[in-house]
Design a protein around this ligand. Sequence first.
Ligand code: AMP
Length: 225
Amino acid sequence: MQLVLMGLPGAGKGTQGELLSEQLDVPHISTGAMFRAAIRSGGPLGAKAKEYIDRGELVPDDISIEIVKERLRQDDCARGFILDGFPRTVPQAIALDRALPELGKALDAAVNIEISEEEAVRRISERVICSQCGATYNRAHHPELDGRCAECGGPLVQRPDDTVETALHRLKVFMDQTHPVLTYYAEQGILVSVDGERPIDQVFQDIVAQLEKIREAQRRGEAAR
Ligand code: AMP
């Protein structure tokens, strides 16, 4: 399956992306995580992306589109993929629609994980990230971690773009530039929305059930042909 995960910062795209990746056995591709890895490795792409990310702005479309196109050409995407945090603008969505036929693919669904702006700010302020491997945690749910990553033992820090001030700016950027992408997918008839303010497992089960319905409709469509 080919999916994109949409939603406000803090909606749970990363968490659900990981769970869905295991369930569907396709890679979970987070553009934010790719940019943060590039920043950690110290190259020119990371330096460029950091200028925008730390201010809560979007990295320019040409850069974001190129890293996604390159990633989708890799072998592990042959069976499908889950894009998390891409597309974030209508030009990115159009570029994805143009790139997929070249790879012999089409999107099955855009999954919109809905949370309120208040919940987004609360979750972002509770979020910490491993400065070594990039694993993400909600501090309130993991009091046992004591500042160290459960995966690699690296120090947990707040993302520079997760301060309240920058987070509020990111919400505005979402409403201005990313919200129109929801309309774009709704018009294509592939937008699926789930209530993201429930426990992780309930949100996951809801997404899986909705994807199953989409698959069933696709099977019926194929059988009718
Ligand atoms: P995320 O980890 O998805 O919250 O992304 C963190 C930051 O990376 C965003 O606030 C943007 O600055 C940048 N970013 C991630 N994905 C994109 C994208 N598709 N287009 C532009 N900027 C992006």
